[in-house]
Design a protein around this ligand. Structure first.
Ligand code: S3P
Length: 189
C-alpha cells in the first residue's frame, strides 16, 4: 500500500523503522512544528511520542510559563536538562524538545551522543504565525515576536546546525515534514 503523499510505502517505512536503533529527537525554534511533526512521525513509525515540555510540566506540576515566572529561566533550563536525560534513558522513540533545549551544552552533547537529532528549520513568517495562536511562551511575551524569533534564530542557528539531520518545514502539511524526516534518516543511517 502507498502512503498518500509519499514515495515511500508502508512496508518501506516499516523497514526503516526497524533500522532506527536510537530515539529521534526533534530540535528547532518555537513554532517549527516539533510536537505536531513528532506525533505524525511517531504514528508513521508506529513508535511512541513524548513532548519534553509536557514532561517538564508534569514533573513540576505547573506550566512552563509558571516555572519561568516563579523560578526563572535558569531553573527551567536545569529541569529541562534533567527531564530530557530521563526521557532518553527511558528509551522513548520520538522526543520533541523545547526550542532552547539544544542550546544547553550538556543537553546538546547528550542528544548528539545518544539519539538521532533532527533540526526542523522553518521560515520566520510561519514561526510567527504558529506561535501567535497561543500566548503560553514566556520568551515571546516581552516584545515583538518576529524580532525575538529573528534574534533567537541568529543566536541558536550555530547550535541547531550541529544536528546531523536538517529538514525544512514551512506552511505546508506537517505530514510531509514527517515523511521528509524518515527519508533523511534512511539516507543517514
Ligand atoms: C522555549 C521554547 C518553548 C519552551 C519555553 C522556552 C525556547 O518550547 O520550552 O517556552 O527557549 O525556545 P517550544 O519550542 O515547544 O515552543
Amino acid at each position: 500500500m502507498r502512503c498518500d503523499t509519499a514515495a515511500l510505502t508502508s512496508a518501506e517505512i516499516g523497514a526503516i523503522a526497524r533500522r532506527i536503533d536510537r530515539p529521534i529527537v526533534l530540535v528547532g525554534l518555537m513554532g517549527a512544528g516539533k510536537s505536531t511533526v513528532g506525533r505524525k512521525l511517531a504514528a508513521l513509525l508506529q513508535a511512541d511520542f513524548v513532548d519534553a515540555d509536557a514532561a517538564i510540566e508534569e514533573a513540576a506540576a505547573m506550566s512552563v510559563a509558571e516555572i519561568f515566572e516563579r523560578f526563572g529561566e535558569t531553573h527551567f533550563r536545569d529541569g529541562e536538562r534533567r527531564v530530557i536525560a530521563r526521557l532518553i534513558e527511558e528509551g522513548h522513540r520520538v522526543i520533541a524538545t523545547g526550542g532552547g533545549a539544544f542550546v544547553n551544552p550538556q543537553t546538546r552533547a547528550l542528544i548528539l551522543e545518544r539519539t538521532i537529532a533532527v533540526y526542523i528549520d522553518c521560515d520566520i513568517e510561519t514561526l510567527v504565525q504558529r506561535t501567535g495562536r497561543r500566548n503560553d511562551r514566556p520568551l515571546l511575551r516581552n516584545g515583538d515576536p518576529a524580532q525575538i524569533l529573528e534574534r533567537l534564530r541568529q543566536e541558536r542557528e550555530p547550535f541547531y546546525a550541529e544536528a546531523p539531520i536538517r529538514v525544512s518545514s514551512g506552511s505546508g502539511p506537517q505530514h510531509d515534514t514527517a515523511l521528509q524526516i524518515i527519508e533523511a534518516i534512511d539516507r543517514w543511517l
